[in-house]
Design a protein around this ligand. Structure first.
Ligand code: SF4
Length: 439
């Protein structure tokens, strides 16, 4: 019996965590025999996965919903902005359904209501690893949803709820499938990676018949066995982070830590209600580097948080001078609807915020540039992300996470393909990127 499979269009907006939700929904759609359409007019309905993190993302999401309604007409909305259903219904009353983030089952329920399942699921069309949106050679591995903290500038917990760790056996099975499918780099994501397992009291799970605790160190030990790159994102400096530094030194996981410090002044950190906010961070960083000299640290900071005085800001500048972080992002504080920080006194005027951001970036730019320049002459293993039109291999080293950090350009790409590891000697550096020659 032949039939035409129903087709679903899919728009995925937002952060890597949202992309991971999209992958789960796409995998289910494919598993049930739906086809995924790349165009609006070829689709029977459209799912839009939205982002609600900052106002610009809200607008982008609303625009995408509007476009899908005009071009197609049948639209199901999911994702972070979906958690604020009113905003969507007020702007676009004709959407078929709205769900929040991490709602694969609900989304599938709405799809079934409006576009019945095909009779013969083409289950065999789904690869073991599901459907992924990132290039084949790296993959995001989400280990938990939600967050137990209540940072005053953040509304993620109110949208995604408290920490909900995925069972360790599921995470490890997914990682194993990805590694078997040829993935070369796993990017571990969550809202709070070092808190993994706290909610389930570090419960034991079983992987390949062995007991493994639902805990960051044990997770890293297991992931380190695949012989591929494992990179940790969103790590807060709880005491047990010390345990993963030797794994980095021994090459089990990448010596790379993404720690969103956000500020250095104790006063501001308290106002922000940041987790693991201790005043010996500099001492910890020093100790980590003694154990693992190649450790690279990336971080983000917020300047112009309510109550931030010139002294607090100076303290932050001193911190970054001292900490010598490798990669740093800086944002000016902007109020997010629903965030507790909106109620704080002493807002910083916009021009002061901008001026502080510029001063911050000027200090950090010199540090980042000097740290990159120090790489000249070093030999590094790099992973090929792309071969561009000029035949240059666009690569990354262990020090660079995709999309947020820098690149390593290798001009002689003869014989290289995307996903190859190659050994290079660094010959030049800019403020962000490096150039290497094959050895
Ligand atoms: S740790 Fe803070 S910033 Fe991160 S998700 Fe939780 S509440 Fe938001």
């Amino acid at each position: 019996m032949s039939h035409v499979a129903p087709k679903v269009g899919f728009i995925s907006l937002g952060c890597p965590k949202a992309a991971s939700d999209s992958e789960q929904i796409l995998t289910r759609l494919r598993a049930e025999g739906y086809e995924i359409s790349g165009t609006y007019d070829g689709a029977d309905l459209v799912v839009v996965n939205t982002c609600g993190f900052i106002d610009a993302a809200v607008q982008e999401s609303l625009d995408a919903i509007g476009e899908a309604l005009t071009e197609n007409g049948k639209v199901i909305v999911t994702g972070c902005l979906g958690a604020k259903g009113d905003v969507i219904r007020d702007n676009h009353p004709s959407v078929l359904a709205v769900t929040g983030p991490h709602a694969t089952d609900e989304v599938m329920g709405h799809v079934h209501n409006h576009l019945p399942k095909p009779h013969d699921p083409f289950v065999d069309l789904v690869p073991d690893i599901g459907v992924r949106l990132t290039p084949k050679h790296y993959a995001y591995l989400k280990i938990s949803e939600g967050c137990n903290h209540r940072c005053t500038f953040c509304i993620i917990p109110s949208m995604r709820g408290d920490l909900d760790s995925r069972p360790i056996q599921n995470v490890l099975a997914e990682a194993e499938n990805l590694a078997k499918a040829g993935v070369k780099e796993l990017l571990i994501i969550s809202q709070d990676t070092s808190a993994y397992g706290v909610d389930v009291k570090y419960k034991l799970g079983f992987h390949n018949g062995r007991p493994v605790k639902t805990r960051m160190t044990e997770l890293c030990e297991e992931l380190g066995k695949h012989g591929i790159w494992v990179r940790l994102h969103y790590v807060y400096p709880y005491p047990h982070v010390d345990e993963v530094i030797p794994l980095m030194r021994d090459g089990k996981i990448l010596p790379y830590l993404d720690i969103p410090f956000q500020h250095a002044s104790q006063k501001i950190l308290k106002l922000m209600k940041r987790p693991a906010n201790s005043d010996n961070v500099l001492g910890r960083i020093k100790k980590w580097r003694e154990i693992c000299p190649q450790l690279v640290i990336r971080s983000t900071f917020i300047v112009g948080f309510p109550g931030e005085t010139e002294d607090d800001f100076e303290e932050l500048l001193n911190f970054i001078r001292e900490a010598q972080l490798d990669r740093v992002g800086c944002f000016t504080y902007s109020p997010v609807e629903g965030a507790a920080a909106n109620e704080l006194p002493d807002p910083v005027p916009d021009e002061v915020k901008e001026e502080r951001k510029e001063r911050f970036m000027a200090v950090q730019a010199e540090i980042s540039a000097a740290r990159l320049a120090a790489r000249i002459g070093q030999r590094l293993q790099v992973l090929v992300d792309e071969i561009d039109e000029e035949g240059t291999a666009v690569c990354r080293s262990y020090a660079d996470a995709p999309e947020i950090d820098g690149l390593v350009f290798v001009e002689d790409a003869a014989g290289l393909v995307v996903g190859d590891f190659v050994e290079v000697e660094i010959v030049d550096a800019s403020e962000h990127d490096l150039w290497g020659e094959r050895v």
